[in-house]
Design a protein around this ligand. Structure first.
Ligand code: A2P
Length: 334
């Protein structure tokens, strides 16, 4: 019989946690026993897995005895607090937060990008920032073929990036504004309905936000390009759950849009959606609930006088490839 694993989902009631449970089920992950963990607020409630109701338990330091794989998505401070107890119990922690991503002995992995790094783990494997994961699924195959030299991005990030409360706030605020009611922004710095906010995570001394620096640092780590020049602006938009990104890419070697489409068509985890005449291009509603990242609007960068630059637009489900799916794919690799 194939080996089966005891799996725990920490943060099971969250936007990502719920998708982790669904993804384990849909991909038929060999689960022997599934433990659902959340705060005391959720203890005793149930969530469904394979037609069965599983009772949610309050997460404690003892929750990980006998667990083989712990999928964490309950926020960075909780991951930091629980790391020792998870690792000491012998479980491998696959962590969706940013708490450990840049630590040297913590592999940061997108299976389509750098699966080999997983072997270096010492009990903790980090799931990258959602925007970075979605971007690199489409950028890594082009880099492997033509060597990436510089990357400039602008993002259009969905409310789901702020968790279940972010999605609820977008829906509720839209209703309130249409009904002429007062609003009170909580999950975002400003009103998100019928607006956009060029501010994700906190600002740092150089004027970039932490989210923008995650794109820089995590891309460098996963592509094994420690000096790669990267710049980006991260923007929250009123889409529900898929992130989009406009990418300007510069390569060492020449690359045409036709070549790029052919490379991406053969790459795992990417679907080319690129037929302007048919109004086909990546959009968040089309990427929603899809495993693949959509790539399109691929064209030669006309600001250059050579063929080393490309423009490309991508959309990917933030809760799936940006979080839950990637975590389950890491568990599959393990
Ligand atoms: P709960 O629903 O019981 O608060 P999101 O990112 O969508 O906001 O979800 C955060 C997840 O982290 C939820 O599942 C939430 O559980 C969980 N969580 C928050 N605080 C704790 C805690 N102290 N211990 C365990 N889980 C927690």
């Amino acid at each position: 019989m194939a080996k089966e694993f005891n799996v725990a989902v920490a943060g099971a009631t969250g936007a990502v946690g719920v998708e982790m449970i669904k993804t384990l089920e849909k991909r038929n992950f060999p689960v022997k026993n599934l433990k659902l963990l959340a705060s005391a607020r959720s203890a005793g409630k149930t969530l469904e897995y394979k037609g069965e109701k599983i009772v949610i338990e309050e997460m404690t330091y003892d929750s990980f005895k006998g667990v083989d794989i712990a999928l964490f998505s309950a926020g960075g401070s909780i991951s930091k607090e629980y790391r020792k107890y998870v690792v000491d119990s012998g479980a491998v922690m696959i962590d969706n937060s940013s708490a450990f991503r840049m630590e040297e002995d913590v592999p940061l992995v997108v299976p389509e990008v750098n699966p080999e790094d997983i072997k270096l783990h010492k009990g903790v494997i980090a799931n990258p920032n959602c925007t970075t994961a979605i971007m690199l699924v489409a950028v890594a195959p082009l880099h492997r073929a033509k060597k990436l030299r510089r990357l400039v991005a602008a993002t259009y990030q969905a409310a789901s990036g702020a968790g279940a409360k972010g999605m609820a706030e977008l829906i509720e605020q839209t209703r309130q504004i249409l009904n002429g009611e007062a609003i009170e922004p909580k999950a975002f710095a400003h009103r998100i309905a019928f607006n956009l906010i060029p501010h994700i995570d906190s600002f740092t001394d150089n004027g970039y936000t932490k989210e923008e620096l995650k794109m820089l640092n995590e891309s460098r780590k996963m592509l094994h390009l420690p000096d790669l020049p990267v710049s980006c602006t991260c923007v929250r938009i009123p889409a529900l759950r898929a992130h989009s990104e406009s990418l300007n890419l510069e390569f060492e070697e020449e690359i045409t849009p036709e070549e790029a489409r052919a490379i991406l068509a053969a790459a795992p985890g990417v679907t080319v959606a690129d037929d302007p005449d048919a109004k086909l291009y990546p959009m968040p509603v089309d990427a929603t609930e899809k495993y693949d990242v959509l790539a399109g609007r691929i064209r030669q960068d006309i600001s250059r006088n050579d063929k080393r630059g490309l423009e490309m637009f991508v959309s990917g489900d933030q809760l799936l490839k940006g979080a839950a799916l990637n975590a389950v794919q890491i568990a599959e690799l393990l």
